[in-house]
Design a protein around this ligand. Structure first.
Ligand SMILES: Nc1ncnc2c1ncn2[C@@H]1O[C@H](COP(=O)(O)OP(=O)(O)OP(=O)(O)O)[C@@H](O)[C@H]1O
Ligand SMILES: [Mg+2]
Length: 380
C-alpha cells in the first residue's frame, strides 16, 4: 500500500475515533483533523459543557505525540507554560529554562481559556505559534510545536489579543447538542462517565501526520482559485474581514479538506472550510455559513437539486403516461423537460464526482425516455 493511502486511512480512522463517543461533534472532529493535517492552530469557541476539552483530550490520546495542556488564567506565569528558570545555570550566569514537559517541548498543545493569556505569556506565545521559536531573554529556542488547539467561551475584543486570535487559523463555534439528539446525549454522556475517555489507543503518530502534510502541496487547486477569490470579495462586501494571513492560508486548508476526502484535486466542496477560516465574531459564523450555502456548489447541494428535479420529472412522467394521443399539453411537458435537462447539465458542469455524475446521467436518461414517449404520442 502506498504511504499516502496508508496515511489517508489513518487520518480517516482518527476522524471517526475522535467523534465516536460524542453526540453531534462531527464538525469539531473535522476542524481538529484539518488543523493537524495542515500543521495549523485551531480554537473551539463555545459555552461551558459542550465537550470542547473532552474532544481535545481525546484527540491528543489518538495521536502518539508529546502533548502539553494547560488552563490559562489571567495570572498564569510564563514559567508555568515555558518552564522554570534553571537556578543552577543562573548561578553560572546562564539564563535558561527547564523546558522538560512544558510547551517548548510539545508537538501538540491544548490551551484551555486561551484568551486569558496575559501580556507576559502573550508575546512568547505569538512567536511560538507563528515562527515556532521561543524568544527568551538572550536565547532563541526552536520548538517542535505542530498544532495548538485552544478552547474558549468567548471571542476576544481586546486589541492585544487580536494577533493571537489571528494565528488560530481554524475557528469553530461549538453549539449545544440539538434537541432531537438529547436522548442520544444522555446515553453518550452516561458511557463517558462510566467508562471514561482514558484508555484510548493511538491511531497515528506525528510522523504519519507529517507524511500526510507533505501531500497538501501536491493537491491541484487550479479549479477553485477563481471561486475562492470571488468568495473573498463577497465576504468583503458583507463586512467579514479576513487578514492577509488567513487569506493566504486558505488554500492550505482547502487542500487538507480535499485530502481528507481522498482527492488530490480540490473541488468546490472543499470551499466549505472557509466556514472555519472567515468568521471573526460570533454572528459571522452564521453569516459565512449562509454565504457558502448560497454561493458554493457543494456535492450535497447539487445532489439535493438533482433529486428535487427528479421528483418533478416523475410527476411529469405520470402526466405524460395518462395523456392521450395528440394531447396539446404534451407540447408543454416537452418544453419543461428540455428546460430541466439544461438545468441538470449546468448543475453538474465542473463537478467532478462519481455519485453526482451517475445520478445526473440517470436523470437525463429518464428525461430522454419521457421525451421519446411524447414524440410517440404526438406521432412525430
Ligand atoms: N456532545 C456531547 N456528547 C457526549 N458527551 C458530552 C457532549 N457534550 C458534553 N458532554 C459531556 O459533558 C462533559 C463536559 O464536557 P467538557 O468539560 O469537555 O466541556 P467544555 O466545553 O470543555 O466546557 P468548559 O467550557 O466549561 O470547559 C464531557 O466530558 C461529556 O461527558
Ligand atoms: Mg473545558
Amino acid at each position: 500500500m502506498p504511504k499516502s493511502t496508508a496515511s489517508l486511512l489513518k487520518a480517516r480512522r482518527f476522524l471517526e475515533e475522535l467523534q465516536a463517543p460524542f453526540v453531534g461533534r462531527e464538525e469539531e472532529a473535522l476542524v481538529i483533523a484539518l488543523a493537524l493535517i495542515s500543521g495549523e492552530h485551531a480554537v473551539l469557541i463555545g459555552e461551558p459543557g459542550t465537550a470542547k476539552s473532552a474532544l481535545v483530550r481525546r484527540a491528543a490520546q489518538l495521536v502518539q505525540a508529546r502533548f502539553f495542556k494547560y488552563l490559562l488564567t489571567k495570572f498564569t506565569e510564563p514559567s508555568e507554560l515555558f518552564g522554570p528558570l534553571d537556578i543552577a545555570a543562573l548561578k553560572e550566569g546562564v539564563y535558561r529554562r527547564v523546558t522538560k514537559g512544558k510547551l517548548p517541548e510539545a508537538e501538540l498543545a491544548f490551551l484551555d481559556e486561551i484568551f486569558n493569556a496575559n501580556s507576559a505569556v502573550l508575546n512568547a506565545l505569538l512567536s511560538i505559534l507563528q515562527e515556532r521559536v521561543l524568544y527568551d531573554g538572550y536565547t532563541e529556542i526552536r520548538v517542535p510545536l505542530w498544532s495548538l488547539i485552544g478552547a474558549t467561551n468567548r471571542v476576544p475584543d481586546e486589541a492585544e489579543l487580536e494577533a493571537l486570535y489571528d494565528r488560530l487559523l481554524f475557528r469553530h463555534y461549538v453549539r449545544p447538542v440539538r434537541e432531537e439528539l438529547w436522548g442520544e446525549l444522555l446515553d453518550a454522556a452516561w458511557n463517558l462517565e462510566r467508562y471514561g475517555n482514558d484508555h484510548v489507543e493511538p491511531v497515528m503518530t506525528m510522523d504519519d501526520i507529517k507524511e500526510y502534510n507533505k501531500l497538501i502541496y501536491t493537491v491541484n487547486l487550479s479549479g477553485i482559485k477563481s471561486q475562492l477569490l470571488r468568495l473573498f470579495m463577497i465576504f468583503k462586501e458583507r463586512r467579514i474581514h479576513l487578514s492577509d494571513r488567513r487569506k493566504g492560508k486558505a488554500l492550505k486548508a482547502i487542500a487538507a479538506h480535499a485530502l481528507l476526502n481522498g482527492r488530490l484535486h480540490a473541488t468546490e466542496d472543499d470551499l466549505v472550510v472557509l466556514k472555519y477560516i472567515a468568521p471573526r465574531d460570533l454572528d459571522d459564523f452564521d453569516k459565512v455559513e449562509t454565504i457558502l450555502l448560497e454561493e458554493v456548489k457543494t456535492k450535497d447541494r447539487v445532489l439535493r437539486e438533482i433529486r428535487e428535479i427528479e421528483a418533478n420529472i416523475r410527476s411529469i412522467e405520470r402526466l405524460v403516461e395518462q395523456a392521450g394521443e395528440f394531447d396539446p399539453r404534451l407540447i408543454e411537458y416537452s418544453k419543461s423537460l428540455r428546460i430541466a435537462r439544461n438545468r441538470v447539465e449546468n448543475l453538474v458542469r465542473n463537478i467532478d464526482d462519481d455519485e453526482v455524475e451517475r445520478e445526473a446521467s440517470n436523470l437525463i436518461d429518464l428525461i430522454e425516455r419521457i421525451l421519446d414517449m411524447i414524440s410517440y404520442k404526438l406521432n412525430l
